[in-house]
Ligand binder design. Structure first.
Ligand SMILES: [Zn+2]
Length: 135
């Protein structure tokens, strides 16, 4: 049996963005724990990755969703990303595209895009996509 409530975060591996994103998810969605799916520049990895890479990420989302009953998936990019060194505007565009792609995966989860800015503060950069809105 799993105890506690969970959210899920696809986030960069960068040590500077772990706590801000985790804390934002806990506060915003009133969950106790945040399962982390980390990669270097994850939006770039997801948008440009091969099927094997995508399958690995989706598998982890699935474990968090089904095993931990997570009902929220956040996708975060950040300032000064070594794995995805592009300007904020490009990051935000990628974050939006990734939330839309993740919605097409069909999990019954809210999905929202975040950007961790140069003050290491979390900004919500997309609308929250509600579950089951995939067409
Ligand atoms: Zn990064």
């Amino acid at each position: 049996m799993t105890n506690g409530t969970f959210g899920t975060a696809i986030n960069c591996m960068d040590g500077r963005v772990q706590e801000p994103v985790m804390n934002w998810v806990k506060e915003q969605f009133q969950v106790q724990y945040v399962d982390k799916i980390n990669d270097a520049g994850p939006t770039k990895v997801i948008l440009e990755g091969n099927e094997e890479t995508l399958a690995s990420i989706k598998k982890r989302v699935e474990i968090s969703h089904h095993g931990h009953r997570s009902e929220v998936l956040v996708i975060a990019g950040h300032h000064d990303c070594a794995g995805n060194p592009v300007p904020r505007e490009e990051q935000v565009k990628q974050i939006k595209e990734t939330t839309e792609l993740a919605n097409s995966w069909g999990y019954d989860m809210k999905i929202v895009g975040l950007y961790v800015n140069d003050q290491w503060k979390v900004e919500q950069v997309t609308e929250v996509i509600q579950p089951n809105s995939a067409s």
